[in-house]
Design a protein around this ligand. Sequence first.
Ligand code: ADP
Ligand code: AMP
Length: 218
Amino acid sequence: MRIIFLGPPGGGKGTQADFIAERYEIPKLSTGDLLREGVAKETSLGKEAKGYMEKGQLVPDSVVIGLVEAKLVSPDCQKGFILDGFPRTVTQADQLDNFMRSTGKKVDIVVFFSIPKDEIVKRISGRRSCQECKAVYHLDYVPPKQHGICDLCGHSLVQRNDDEPKTIESRLFVYQEQTAPLIEYYKSQNILGELDGSGSVSAVQDRLLDLLTHQKSE
Ligand code: ADP
Ligand code: AMP
């Protein structure tokens, strides 16, 4: 299956993408993770992206589109993929459409995570991530077994720079202005599936599996 996860920052996309990637045995492509990796390794891409990310702004379309297309042509994406955090602008979505057309394949479903703003802020504020394996936790909702330590690889958990309160508001503003228009964009293509992203991780998982199973059988 070829799946796009669309929704606000902190909406739970990455958490559910990990689950679906394992369940469907398809790779998760998170542009946020790829960009953060570039920043950490101080690659030229990372150096270009860093300033935008720290301010909670979007990295320029040309940078992100190149990054995604390079991944999508790789052999492990041929049986399907989950795009987490891409596209985030109409230009990115148009480019992805052109790219998919050139491969003769299509995106099966765009899952839109719908979630109230106060819940988003609580989720982002408590998010902690493993610098090593990228696993994501939450101080209250998804705590690790041992405080500050990743269950999966034992490395320490950190708060992302852009999860600090002063950046959260600008990311939510950018989401409304630049990414939310994609809801109508994909609705008009008849591939939008709305997911109630509130409630526990397992409640959202169940709803998501229902949505994807329904989509598959159509
Ligand atoms: P996104 O990828 O959309 O930015 P994440 O998957 O990183 O969102 O989730 C944001 C934060 O909320 C993380 O700390 C994660 O552990 C937590 N989280 C994800 N889904 C849920 C949920 N259904 N209920 C409570 N907390 C959640
Ligand atoms: P995320 O991990 O998805 O919350 O993304 C973190 C940050 O990476 C965003 O605030 C942007 O600065 C940048 N980013 C991630 N994906 C994209 C994208 N598709 N387009 C532009 N910038 C992106």
